[in-house]
Design a protein around this ligand. Structure first.
Ligand code: SF4
Ligand code: SF4
Length: 357
């Protein structure tokens, strides 16, 4: 048994070429063009005439083994035995014969999965782990995604947006969440509550002090025990002290909220990458369906769909119409909290792909 096991690879992911569809492997870097024959389907044509149809299907990202087997069985029976996951948790099937496309789509839809997410659609929301397997989330990113995608599913299925829309969620304020055209992120509104009895046993205090971006944490003796204290006037409620020191609890049923940011764009195809900007704060973190956050996202998407020109991403649309008009269109109040007055941001936040030293 032990002899049959593959040697562990110490770093990095396995070589992806071994898992690629052979036609894709053969034509790596040799594609002539690609088209979008229908929502959810891409056609890539190589310089030598080879063709590959890719069928994209939404998944919930955190997949149980039975669903994964079902998806793979569809690929074995109706596809050509190769699948690929996108970074937004869509599964893609590749076939080299156009006649296989419709039967594959029929089989996928019969099992209740949705084909879509290509080109100018709202593709799957990228999300972080949430309550399932991270130790610091203030909300359940997977749950937010499920509730929102249930209501946005027609925008996933059809390609009716002015350009592609990338939504992201993040279940703490500081770690693995992304930025996107619309981002739904956790927002803490109160400083952490410290359990002084546990700090000395659990936390490496110098590490925790060093974590705070605004130097709000100081060592302190409390009830004769070494602990920490927070200068609440300085604290920006970021939650960075909570991962290395769980007794500095910041998640709170009432004071942990959601915030919505718009206009983040990593691409530098036609302009510089842009940072997302806050447009709605203090939204209730309201499981299991998060209706308040979903309603705002839908308003933003509706205004974008109706008001943007073809090919404009959300950041480009807002830049053209201006922020005052954006706030009017999406019926959100503009408050003093929307103004970024952190003076350090100009130097430390890169706003182009050029590296600065
Ligand atoms: S965003 Fe934060 S809480 Fe959510 S999975 Fe990442 S590290 Fe954990
Ligand atoms: S929440 Fe952030 S700003 Fe506040 S004390 Fe912790 S690390 Fe510092």
């Amino acid at each position: 048994m032990a002899k049959e096991m593959r040697e562990p690879i110490e770093t990095g992911c396995p070589d992806p070429f071994q898992y690629m569809h052979p036609v894709m492997r053969r034509n790596f870097g040799l594609w002539a063009y690609h088209t979008h024959p229908r929502p959810g389907v891409l056609l890539h044509v190589a310089k030598n005439g080879d063709q590959v149809w890719t069928i994209r299907v939404g998944t919930q990202r955190i997949l149980d083994v039975f669903t994964l087997r079902k998806l793979c069985d569809i690929g074995d029976t109706y596809g050509e035995g190769y699948v690929h996951f996108t970074i937004r948790s869509n599964i893609e099937y590749m076939v080299t014969d156009e006649a296989k496309v419709q039967p594959l789509i029929d089989a996928i839809e019969k099992e209740g999965f949705i084909v879509g997410g290509t080109q100018n659609s709202v593709t799957m929301i990228s999300h972080t782990q949430g309550w399932l397997h991270c130790d610091i989330p203030g909300t359940d990113a997977s749950g937010v995604v499920k509730s929102m995608m249930d209501e946005l599913i027609d925008e996933f299925r059809e390609a009716n947006m002015p350009n592609r829309v990338h939504l992201t969620t993040s279940c703490c304020q500081i770690n693995c969440g992304g930025q996107g055209d619309i981002a739904i992120n956790v927002q803490h509104t109160k400083p952490p509550k410290i359990n002084h009895d546990l700090v000395a046993n659990v936390c490496e205090r110098p590490t925790v002090v060093a974590r705070c971006p605004v130097a709000a944490i100081r060592p302190a003796m409390v009830n004769g025990k070494p602990s920490l204290e927070v200068d609440e006037k300085k604290c920006i409620c970021c939650g960075a002290c909570f991962p290395p020191c769980p007794p500095m609890q910041i998640n709170d049923a009432e004071h942990t909220k959601l915030a919505i940011w718009v206009g983040g764009n990593h691409s530098n195809a036609r302009g510089k990458p842009t940072f997302q900007k806050l447009v709605a704060a203090g939204i209730p973190n309201n499981p299991p369906r998060w209706p308040e956050a979903t309603a705002i996202v839908k308003r933003i998407l509706k205004a974008y769909k109706e008001g943007a020109r073809d090919w404009e991403r959300i950041n480009e649309w807002i830049e053209r119409i201006g922020w005052p008009r954006f706030f009017e269109e999406v019926e959100l109040p503009f408050t003093k909290y929307h103004i970024d007055n952190w003076r350090g941001s100009r130097k430390s936040l890169n706003s182009s792909t050029y590296i600065r030293f």
